[in-house]
Design a protein around this ligand. Structure first.
Ligand SMILES: Nc1ncnc2c1ncn2[C@@H]1O[C@H](COP(=O)(O)OP(=O)(O)OP(=O)(O)O)[C@@H](O)[C@H]1O
Length: 267
């Protein structure tokens, strides 16, 4: 299946139809996204997986209105991505935590709130709430360099949560962390997702991470960047880490691996 022909549900949060994006570069055009069709529903946890250059980041950036598609249509909460951005429909978490080293964690989280004109009291309240959500209560007064890599990444998730947007876009947020820390953050992210009901778009290179976290796994291929499979996970939403030893988990991982292999063979 290539992800086409999906019907938009009532609770559709992101709807892409025939989405195309070609970058014009000095070396000629780069077809980063070709005929991408995808529905993301409210409360979905959707992972994007595929080899380097298949358009994962570009698709997330289109949702965030940081790139403009050259064809097809894309709506976010029923609006254009630009309108959705103005309504602060999403928070964005990047691969590197991207915290300002000269500001405390609390001040890093407050910065976008300050810019948007939130009152001081509202800023304090939001900082307290999001730090609690990522298990960093009490760390607001620390500087980024006083925290571990995993804690910094949690702080950057807290910053993305500060607007209380419905959608969280995460571009390989845990890619640079060691496996044990990553496992722990994966568990915490699932708990946060269960508590908040957010819709999450998550880019990863890791098959186990994609299978462990997602309700839907989008397999992509490069040249041109396209969707080659959309896998609805049969796993329950509540997932202890040892679910990774289960037959269902191994079967989903196998299907993702097959999808990646098939996409590679098409190149
Ligand atoms: N601003 C840009 N200008 C020109 N080409 C770009 C631009 N951004 C991305 N590309 C190209 O578009 C294609 C898709 O890039 P993208 O970063 O979305 O892939 P990706 O799947 O996220 O890769 P990775 O896993 O390495 O992060 C690549 O060929 C990339 O070189």
């Amino acid at each position: 299946m290539n992800g086409t022909g999906q019907q938009p549900a009532l609770s559709s949060v992101v709807s892409a139809k025939g989405l195309d994006l070609t970058f014009q570069t000095n070396d000629g055009p780069v077809h980063a996204l070709k005929d991408v069709n995808l529905e993301i529903n409210k409360g979905d946890f959707v992972s994007f997986i595929g080899p380097s250059g298949c358009g994962k980041t570009t698709f997330l950036r289109c949702i965030a209105a940081l790139e403009t598609p050259t064809g097809g249509s894309l709506t976010v909460n029923g609006m254009t991505p630009d309108e959705a951005r103005r309504k602060r429909a999403y928070g964005y978490v990047f691969q590197a935590a991207g915290l300002y080293p000269w500001r405390t964690i609390a001040k890093n989280i407050k910065l976008p709130l300050e810019i948007m004109g939130f009152s001081r009291q509202e800023q304090e309240e939001r900082v307290r709430k999001v730090l609690e959500l990522v298990d960093l209560a009490g760390f607001g007064g620390k500087f980024p360099w006083q925290l571990s890599g995993g804690m910094q990444q949690r702080a950057s998730i807290a910053r993305a949560l500060a607007f209380d947007a419905d959608i969280l876009l995460m571009d390989e947020p845990f890619g640079a962390l060691d496996e044990i820390v990553r496992d722990h953050l994966n568990e915490q992210l699932l708990a946060l997702w269960a508590r908040t009901g957010k819709t999450i778009g998550f880019v990863t290179h890791s098959i186990p991470e994609a299978v462990y976290l997602s309700t839907k796994i989008v397999v992509m291929s490069p040249r041109p960047g396209r969707i080659t499979d959309v896998i609805e996970s049969p796993l329950p939403r509540e997932r202890p880490l040892d679910i990774r030893d289960s037959k269902e988990f191994i079967e989903v991982a196998h299907r993702v691996r097959e999808g990646l292999r098939a996409g590679h063979a098409d190149d």
